[in-house]
Design a protein around this ligand. Sequence first.
Ligand code: 3PG
Length: 305
Amino acid sequence: MKVLLATEKPFAAAAAKGIQAILEKAGHEVAFLESYTEKSALLEAVADANALIIRSDKIDAEVMSAAPNLKIVVRAGAGYDNVDLAAATERNIVVMNTPGQNANAVAELVMGMLLYTIRMRFSGKSGTELKGKKLGLLGFGHVAQHVGTLANGFGMDVYAYDAFGRRDNIDAAGLHYIESKEDMFKTCDIVSLHIPLKSDTRGSINADLFALMPKKAILVNTARKEIINEEDLLVAMTQREDIRYITDVQPDNHEAMSAFGDRYLATPKKAGAQTAEANANAGYAAARQIADFFATGNKRFQVNK
Ligand code: 3PG
């Protein structure tokens, strides 16, 4: 089978080589489309692909229609909002993700961006510490669980909220379960967002929640920019000179947000999973899942069921 690795933001070279080795050992042919800038390049490259490994690359109906032999798409990573699941199902294409594989990298970025912010960007100005601060984890998937562990190590007081009311994992991790996102925004000095982008989460972090944030609160977003109501955030940041926003990646209104100086920190390109380890973990998992799918029909991790 022909497997195309289509990564607009490429994996580390060693990870890409490792992916190729796993697939070739399983008898597959591997092609690369890295750092492409035009959709036309993707449309051309998928023409004879049986399988695709992608990151945040947008796989819509047009791309799938240009790939008549496509059987499986594996998003090497967690969020699969970039893949049109309905279009895939319609064409009998299996879509998978690789849950948890890059979670530690994203969690470390959360702590790193937070430290950089509260230590005044290492400028020499007096900052604050994480110890003793209340941290809220909105959503409790793999990334949030890793952040919880790291935050515990820093001596933070960690709260977690799960939209489906599943508190077992939260209790087992020794964290405080919190009943609602409103309670979280009201209670916590720092809220870190760990919810997927779906129709009901798009724009869901809005003025109602910003209004509840305590003095000097910080909002951290390593999930998706689209879950934030950017207009509401702009208004809140303008009205409240004490609150700060940290985000991986830049919002659409980055220029306007930049006016807030040190109260705003954004990565220019999504950096959460951009480590050698995360690239290898997620990439190798994707390669193994594809090899297994063609060898045995294993559809574990399918997300369009
Ligand atoms: C994910 O959903 O796995 C992360 O957002 C990482 O995305 P990336 O592979 O585009 O860096």
